[in-house]
Design a protein around this ligand. Structure first.
Ligand SMILES: Nc1ncnc2c1ncn2[C@@H]1O[C@H](COP(=O)(O)OP(=O)(O)OP(=O)(O)O)[C@@H](O)[C@H]1O
Length: 690
């Protein structure tokens, strides 16, 4: 660590005691002088090579020099992991948080950083260094345009802002380098060597790829390690986990089984704590967990996912079968990765995953701190397929990373609104100027033969977008230039898509009477409500029937309909267990979806208000609270007024004592299950003052 300034070295030694020396890739970055100069820099080194600490050192440099730094990450899960990791710096007087107005080092998701560039210029101008984690996400359809435009705006507002991009190696690094006006340090050293291979099922004498996964897992176990397996759908994670569990049954010791059972019990305790019996998904999870194999997907409770990650780290789970969502950022000790499916479901059917994603999944194998070697296996059905896969994934190179800004219409709308609302662009020409500065603009205009065409097509896109935004009363053309309307401002300040906002506006504009179920169904059809998905291929009739009970008729019954019905049941105090049983959905997502729906209802209320209508404000407040707490209207005051009471106990209280709790003593209130002296006191206090 000789090339590191003393004050930074002290903090690194204390907070990362296991880092004895930097590896060759890290040394190459340090030797490039990135801690001494002030240039933008792209650090492109392999998975698991320790990019975070390189980002940390440059942040510490800025902070120890009296400045501020932002560490931007694409996902909430990564943000939470980094907050935990960076909190250790507080011992050295560095304030760590999620917003630069109150922290020296703030960890922000891309969307929050984007909001900062739109409305908090003074705060942004105080920031010296911006570190962007997983920078390669710039080529992703939904998050890419957000970070690309946020960087562009940040550079305009704070030209002195230093940008450090932490990235996987990209095919078109030259373009990134020029766009960011950065130096690039690339290195191919991976501290834990990674062995990549394709396994042909026929060689194992089987047609079932799951058997090959079992073989890899057996190898992992013999090696005193574990395995992470990637498949394409939630359903496949479940079937693989239970297939593997069946095979493991006779191969694990009584001692191991005891450990697995403890984890299974923890997983089952999650729904119980929320007042629901375990859903069949939970039971399935616990059942395979009892043999050391679990599944991990978006249909689990988030606490269950955390338990799985932690117990896997502790060696108490032998295999996780996951969807590709686990490929980014998480640090799991899986010496072995087995990619069973190289396809992913899209609206156009199954599509082969990009080489880039294959690299990210493989990169989960063999992590420093845990392993000295990593193995990644891709499973092929036949000899022929294995040759194709080897050619494409093992020997092939990653695809170029291209801006998705113009392909993503909603991103174009949002960015135009953001530019106009923040007064940075007030004419089509100024908008064109902004878009020219984005990565999209760079990619289009850097190619001189394309340059004229690029200018014209951009002009056309902006013109079309402006027409749409003016027509929908989001922007208005005034003598002093483009301005946002009150509705446009509301959109600019939210993170909702324009499609969602316009849908809500159209709905409320035509509203003749308030119908909560109908509104929920409308919201379920916007792109901003996380959907509750159907499980498997069971009958969808119960969803259709329930909707029609409320006068809501749908031709196709799909996830938006499943979501609407689940949320309607949720506000009628049904548990996840009941919802799953009735409608065959992944009901563990209900709370998350209900929370987002409650925020969307608030947005609906704000939309009505900017349109000058206040007649449904109270109804919308009630509906928002019902979604938030999962309750019928009558117990809203109780669940809001008594902290930590929760809907189950609130309902039990009303069932036993009626609506008016004033006549009852604390002792009497304690007769309801789960109500102790402390809670009884709060209830009494609330009832007497209500
Ligand atoms: N020089 C080092 N010696 C030992 N451990 C290190 C060293 N540098 C980093 N580490 C540790 O290695 C692990 C992986 O680092 P990190 O998460 O930064 O990887 P990464 O490069 O971001 O990988 P990925 O892109 O795959 O997520 C972390 O636990 C980190 O603290």
């Amino acid at each position: 660590m000789e090339n590191i300034p003393e004050n930074i070295k002290t903090i690194i030694n204390s907070c990362y005691p296991y880092i004895k020396e930097f590896n060759p890739a890290q040394k190459a970055v340090i030797d490039s002088g990135y801690l001494e100069n002030n240039k933008n820099c792209v650090i492109a080194i392999p998975t698991a090579s320790g990019k975070t600490v390189l980002g940390v050192m440059v942040a510490l440099k800025a902070i120890l020099d009296g400045g501020k730094a932002i560490y931007a990450a694409p996902l909430l899960s990564i943000q939470n992991e980094k907050v935990k990791e960076f909190k250790k710096f507080e011992e050295f007087g560095i304030k760590v948080g999620k917003h630069p107005s109150s922290s020296d080092l703030s960890i922000m998701v891309f969307e929050s950083f984007d909001v900062l560039t739109r409305f908090s210029w003074d705060v942004l101008r105080e920031v010296d260094t911006l570190i962007i984690d997983e920078f390669h996400m710039i080529g992703e359809f939904s998050r890419g345009p957000t970070i690309e435009c946020a960087i562009t705006r940040a550079k305009i507002i704070n030209p002195n802002l230093r940008i450090i991009a932490l990235s996987a190696t990209l095919e078109n690094m030259g373009e990134i380098k020029n766009w960011l006006d950065a130096t690039v340090v690339e290195h191919d050293y991976r501290p834990v060597p990674l062995n990549k291979d394709v396994l042909d099922s026929e060689m194992f004498n089987t047609k079932n790829k799951n058997d090959v996964v079992v073989k890899v897992l057996e190898k992992a176990i013999a090696d005193d390690s574990q395995a992470l397996s990637f498949v394409s759908t939630r359903r496949f994670t479940e079937s693989l986990a239970s297939y593997v569990a069946g095979k493991l049954k006779k191969k694990t010791t009584i001692e191991q089984k005891k450990g697995f059972k403890e984890v299974a019990e923890k997983l089952l305790a999650v729904p119980e704590k929320k007042g629901s019996r375990p859903t069949s998904t939970c039971l399935k999870l616990a059942e395979s967990c009892e043999n050391g194999s679990v599944f991990h997907h978006a249909g689990l409770f988030s606490e269950q996912k955390e338990i799985i990650e932690e117990e896997f780290r502790n060696g108490n789970i032998l295999m996780i079968a996951a969807t590709p969502s686990l490929m980014y950022g998480v640090n799991l000790p899986s010496k072995y990765v087995v990619i069973r499916d190289y396809t992913r479901w899209t609206q156009q059917g199954p599509q082969a995953i990009p080489v880039f994603d294959y690299e990210q999944m493989s990169g989960r194998a063999g992590r420093p701190q845990y392993d000295d070697k990593g193995y990644s296996y891709l499973v092929a059905k036949s000899m022929e397929e294995s040759i194709t896969l080897e050619e494409r994934y093992i020997n092939g190179s990653v695809e170029p990373t291209n801006s998705k800004l113009i392909e993503n219409k909603d991103a174009v709308f949002k960015q135009i609104i953001a530019q106009v609302a923040s007064t940075l662009s007030q004419s089509p020409e100024e908008l064109q100027d902004f878009f020219n500065k984005t990565f999209y603009g760079y990619q289009m205009t850097a190619n001189s033969s394309m340059s004229f065409f690029a200018e014209e097509s951009l002009k056309f896109e902006i013109q079309n977008a402006l027409e749409f935004l003016i027509q929908n009363q989001i922007l208005q053309a005034t003598p002093s230039g483009l301005k946002t309307t009150a509705f446009g401002n509301l959109i600019a300040k939210s993170n909702y898509s324009v499609e969602t906002a316009v849908k809500i506006k159209e709905y409320v504009n035509n509203l003749e009477s308030f119908n909560p179920e109908e509104l929920i169904y409308q919201l379920a059809q916007t792109p901003d409500l996380p959907l509750i998905s159907f499980k498997g291929r069971k009958s969808k009739d119960p969803v259709r029937e329930k909707l029609s009970n409320y006068g809501l008729f749908a031709i196709d019954i799909a996830n938006p309909e499943a979501t609407a019905v689940s949320l309607i049941e949720w506000i009628n105090e049904r548990t996840e267990y009941q919802i799953e049983n009735a409608y065959h959905v992944y009901s563990s997502s209900t709370r998350r979806s209900a929370y987002e729906a409650s925020l969307l209802v608030r947005f609906t209320k704000n939309t009505l208000e900017v349109l000058g209508k206040y007649n449904y404000s109270k109804d919308l407040d009630y509906l928002s609270a019902r979604l938030y707490y999962g309750v019928k209207e009558d117990i809203i005051p109780l669940v809001i007024g008594v902290k930590r009471l929760g809907r189950r106990r609130a309902r039990a209280l009303v069932d036993v004592f009626g609506d008016d709790l004033r006549p009852f003593s604390e002792k009497e209130l304690q007769k309801v299950e789960g109500i102790g002296p402390k809670l009884a006191k709060s209830i009494k206090n609330f009832a007497d003052n209500y």
